[in-house]
Design a protein around this ligand. Sequence first.
Ligand code: LLP
Length: 409
Amino acid sequence: MFQSALDKMLFLTHSTMLNSLLKTKIAGTPTPFYYYDLDFLQETLQSALKISTKYGYFLHYAFKANADDRVLFIIKEAGIGADCVSGNEVLKALKTGFLPEEIFYAGVGKTDKEIILGLEGKIAFFNCESLQEITVINEIAGKMGLKAKIALRINPNVESHTHSYITTGIQENKFGIQMWELEKVFSIASELKNINLDGLHFHIGSQITDLEVFANLSHKVNEINDWFINSGFKASILNLGGGLGVDYNNPDVFPIPDFENYFRMINSHLKPHPGQDIHFELGRSLVAQMGSLVTRVLYTKMGKSKNFVVTDAGMTELIRPALYSSFHKIENLSRSQPGVASENEDIRKYDVVGPVCETSDFFAKGIDLPLTERGDILAIRSAGAYAQSMSLDYNLRDKAEVIYSDDLA
Ligand code: LLP
């Protein structure tokens, strides 16, 4: 549908796309839109798979990062499993063709309806976050004449040094079974007739950039795993969750996350027992850098002490800055080549804000951009993860479309 405005563009990589998205070429194209570079997605997946396979690890993809149909299909075709956190994600995984035995289902508040759906779908694991949840699953499975395979999601109390809103593995977080509850949960769960306890699950946070955190997690997993072994239970899988961060500041410098050091770090610290498989649930690191949110400048405004650029995208398309004060690199595609300041360029300081009726509706504050005018096209980078999937229709705004790199080839 965007062909007429964009058909002459040659898209090779995400960066060349950004260099090519000149104002004239997208004149008439409805904005805002998400641009997904599917070749770059493939490259990222292949990199993660190549390195993880070396260690015999199994990968799942956390749907919550981006559940776009084409993205999911490519991930499924690459041979990666699914990590879901709602009944609808489980349904979508099945519909996309993920095998039930590759689907994990986590979440601190699974409803009865969602549990039934997971059981009917014969998914591999319910990652259970409390004793109460385990007893409910046991009861429902019993009524359905089924046995539910579960993993205990354990809160290991490991600091992840990330934003407090996306820290999930310390004692004050709502997630997982606390360490002091393990003995009780284990003794009760192992007696339940309709439960097959077979895994241990951990996920301590997201956008983790300090790899030492994963060494700390591995040590804690070793301790917990050894305790279970000594108590007579050998989990067949250890699931270390996701969390590997990406470089939002320099999306073109190391666009593929450091899977090499991430998996190496875990491999050198984690001590599984023979026969235990190691699984991961990566979200952001697989999809963030394939995407940009492309938006048009509607207006520019001079405030008392600052200049505003008002775009046609808002927090409704990318809520991360409003919610976590996150940084996303912004490029004015209509001016200089991204990342290359031309001589004599008139650089100004701007707050880049959306049209939504909230002061929190901003993308960046006090950033340098070339002199920006109405009609300019901006690319908000690293928007492949937690952008479209967290979009809202607040203010009854239209849903932003997706343009894929191969739409434009
Ligand atoms: N597994 C579980 C159980 C999770 O809760 C999450 C993310 C993941 C795996 C994947 O984590 P990742 O590899 O993507 O870091 N909206 C926030 C991120 C929330 C992450 C929630 N859980 C953001 O935009 O930064």
